[in-house]
Design a binder for this molecule. Structure first.
Ligand SMILES: C[C@H](O)[C@@H](O)[C@@H](O)[C@H](O)C(=O)O
Ligand SMILES: [Mg+2]
Length: 386
């Protein structure tokens, strides 16, 4: 039983100097300091449990998100946790509809990142009070309760509450076996850690050979800044991993649409499974054009880490603009909004491969993707997450 009144919300600006070693660097973020706006919720309950939630940020951006979290705090403080999760859709709607704060969103940008951090902390506290990891809390929840956490506003043309329930009902078959499979074998993953853009070739080689020794079979390489560099680096990695293992490429929004097609045509010889974020994350039709042009080369488009909200994901799916959908546990409005995107992806039969290249993201998103496999997609095909 969830209980307690929220008595304190604190938010910390946590930063790691990753830019010093070029860790996390890509064609657009050349000096990223992996950081987080880190929220802690306390209640007056005697169990002493706290809820921890983050949103991923980069360096100085963190101070802006911390401000936004503080601006949202009055919505949470002195609220009964039972009331919050008992009407989670209403609470999500309350946070995202704040009459003054929504002007600097709505449901996008800093204010949405802050919403994610706060709601991630609420979910964490709920799971802790139930004595379960988050994925298990979700897996054990009945479909009606699960969908009652989702705000369906703006997506009912594609997914209604009834349809969402049906999807969850249908996936009840084989759920127990899939849960056992996850507990025994875990979820397949890929690594990005070998090939950040700022790494010299020697580092790339060393990390790649270590990753191969550790048993990795899927590798993502950063591309997009300089074509000749990309050709050299992709050749190096492909030669090291051999023809059978999987290679993905990530351009972090560097290109215009025709440029993306041209550039990827030149990198096609390295047989990438996908090109991630080839262009602006807001350009739905641009992604669709790139998808269409690259399909004959066997290259899929992946995107989502900077996709603002469920509406953009809805349109990417409607426009057949992506072959791999990358949810982010901190960019969308926490579990609540991610649930709606997982269900839409299932409806369109698009595999979900979460984004996790940042501090804390792997830890968070594993809960969502394990839930997705057990309770929604029921498939591991084409779905490595990093
Ligand atoms: C700045 C970050 O490291 C990004 O480069 C990273 O999230 C990346 O896009 C990824 O897909 O992991
Ligand atoms: Mg990426």
């Amino acid at each position: 039983m969830v209980h307690g009144r929220v008595s304190r919300l604190s938010v910390h600006d946590v930063r790691f100097p990753t830019s010093l070693g070029g860790h996390g660097s890509d064609a657009m973020h050349t000096d990223p300091d992996y950081s987080a706006a880190y929220v802690v919720l306390e209640t007056d309950a005697e169990d002493g449990l706290k809820g921890y939630g983050i949103t991923f940020t980069l360096g100085r951006g963190t101070e802006v998100v911390v401000c936004a979290v503080n601006a949202l705090a009055p919505h949470v403080l002195n609220k009964d946790l039972g009331d919050i999760v008992g009407d989670f859709r209403g609470f999500y709607r309350q946070l995202t509809s704040d009459g003054q704060l929504r002007w600097i969103g709505p449901e996008k940008g800093v204010v949405h990142l802050a919403t994610a951090a706060v709601l991630n902390a609420v979910w964490d506290l709920w799971a802790k009070q139930e004595g379960k990891p988050l994925w298990k809390l979700l897996v054990d929840m009945d479909p009606r309760t699960l969908v009652s956490c989702i705000d369906f506003r703006y997506i009912t043309d594609v997914l209604t509450e009834e349809e969402a329930c049906e999807i969850l009902q249908q996936s009840q078959v084989g759920k127990k076996e899939r849960e056992e499979q996850m507990l025994a074998h875990g979820y397949p993953a890929y690594t990005t850690s070998c090939a950040w853009l700022g790494y010299p070739d020697a580092t790339l080689k060393q990390l790649c050979s270590e990753a191969l020794k550790d048993g990795w079979t899927r590798f993502k390489v950063k591309v997009g800044a300089d074509l000749q560099d990309d050709i050299r680096r992709c050749r190096l990695v492909r030669n090291m991993i051999g023809p059978e293992k999987t290679l993905m490429m990530d351009a972090n929004q560097r290109w215009d649409v025709p440029e993306a097609v041209e550039w990827m045509t030149k990198l096609a010889e390295f047989k990438p499974l996908w090109i991630e974020e080839p262009t602006s994350p807001d350009d739905i039709l641009g992604h669709a054009a790139i998808s269409k042009a690259l399909a004959p080369l066997g290259i899929g488009v992946a995107t989502g880490e900077q996709c603002h909200n469920r509406v953009i994901f809805k349109q990417l799916l409607q426009a057949k603009a992506l072959k791999f959908l990358q949810i982010d546990s901190c960019r969308l409005g926490s579990v609540n909004e991610n649930l709606s995107v997982l269900l839409m992806a299932k409806k369109f039969e698009i595999p979900v491969c979460p984004h996790a290249g940042g501090v804390g993201l792997c830890e968070l998103v594993q809960h969502l993707i394990i839930f997705d496999f057990i309770s929604v997609s029921a498939s591991l095909q084409d779905s490595p997450s990093n």
